[in-house]
Design a protein around this ligand. Structure first.
Ligand code: NAI
Length: 355
């Protein structure tokens, strides 16, 4: 089994090699796992690079690999049988085309919701207590406190938009801080019952001092934070997005920051992150004026999509991706399949190519 792994960074290779080695050493290792060859590419999958999947049984991709219809068609034409996402979100894959062409698309649905939730809370407190500014100041011998004034989190109202695994975990942590936790989700979760109360988004926004986004990116949630919803937010409230960049209309957010209606913004994701995040551009002139404008605000914190980035999460991502492949190769189906027809019916075992 050849797997072409795109956007592979040194840390991906380390955790994937270790997971593969461990699996191979297990007495119970299947014939498939024993035969897996991982071919790493440090650039993203795209229409320009898809030819490198030639001869592979599967491709393994991450959040900023582009897998639109044309790429899925090309993969299918090359005889690739599976697209293994080493993340939970799948907004970058043309699932309908994969379904039509009979390709498995499988994700890692839950590698460490707590890792992302803990990072969301880290961003809230960084922004709220200005530790990003204090860090730079103190290094220059400036110990003045002017401009670093924060607000006590205890007693504040926090709104969680999307109460899936990460949203509920974030709500639990904030409840521990003594916050009142509200949430909006069209599909309420029993797991949130102990944490707080549901509201509609329109009811939630004016009540909250902090709004944290944890819903997936879909047509219904694209620009869920826009000029109209920003206007409904409580003046000086903080907005946090660790989910997907396009949940925000970034230009509308910049306007709300300029009028000071929005009190602060913390982002781990950005609408046009694909061409920037996960690579070093420090020696270049960055052409994205929207992102660069955002980064001039003292009350904006931007991170490069790192909420998931813990040792525990990388280990689980590697192990679960290999489990998905193993399961698909053996049974022709996979519990984490996102392509419904393959999940339901299965396609029979994959023919194993000699490598
Ligand atoms: P999940 O699937 O467990 O939960 C998503 C929740 O959003 C569900 O309860 C769903 O009903 C809700 N939802 C759907 N439409 C909604 C709407 N219009 N308004 C409010 N809620 C809505 O997903 P999970 O694991 O909690 O992840 C959430 C998101 O976090 C992912 O979709 C992904 O985009 C992002 N993520 C970001 C990471 C990072 O490193 N920054 C890492 C992992 C995930």
């Amino acid at each position: 089994m050849k797997v072409a792994v795109f956007s592979a960074k040194p840390y991906d290779k380390r955790f994937f090699d270790a997971a593969l080695e461990e699996k191979k050493q297990q007495a119970s290792a299947s014939a498939t796992t024993g035969n897996i060859e991982l071919i790493y590419h440090d650039f993203a999958l795209s229409e320009d690079t898809v030819f490198l999947a030639q001869g592979a049984d599967a491709v393994c991709v991450f959040v900023n690999d582009g897998v639109p219809a044309a790429v899925v068609e090309a993969l299918a034409d090359e005889g690739v049988k599976a697209i293994l996402l080493r993340c939970a979100g799948f907004n970058n894959v043309a699932l309908d085309v994969a379904e039509r062409r009979g390709l498995l698309v499988a994700n890692v649905p839950s590698y460490s919701p707590e890792a992302v939730a803990e990072f969301a809370v880290t961003l809230i407190q960084t922004l709220n207590r200005n530790t990003h500014r204090a860090y730079n100041r103190v290094r220059e011998g400036n110990f003045a406190l002017d401009g670093l004034l924060g607000r006590t989190l205890h007693g504040k109202t926090v709104g969680i938009v999307g109460t899936g695994k990460i949203g509920v975990a974030t709500g639990r942590i904030l409840k521990g801080f003594g916050c009142r936790v509200l949430a909006a989700d069209p599909y309420p979760s029993p797991a949130f019952a102990d944490v707080g109360e549901y509201r509609t988004l329109d009811e939630l926004l004016p009540e909250c001092d902090i709004v944290s986004l944890h819903c997936p990116l879909m047509d219904a949630t694209r620009h869920i934070i826009n000029e109209a919803t920003l206007a409904k937010m409580k003046p000086r409230a903080i907005l946090v997005n660790t989910s997907r960049g396009a949940l925000l209309d970034t230009r509308a957010v910049i306007k709300a920051l300029k009028t000071k209606h929005l009190g602060g913004l913390a982002l781990d994701v950005y609408e046009a992150e694909g061409s920037l995040f996960y690579d070093d551009h420090s020696g270049e002139i960055i052409q994205d004026d929207v992102l660069m404008r955002l980064m001039t605000f003292p009350n904006v914190v931007v991170c490069g999509h790192q909420a998931f980035f813990t040792e525990e999460a990388l280990k689980e991502i590697a192990e679960c991706t290999l489990r998905n492949l193993d399961e698909y190769a053996e049974k022709g189906t996979c519990a984490n399949s996102l392509t419904d027809s393959i999940k339901k019916k299965g396609k029979g075992p994959l023919p194993v190519r000699n490598v």
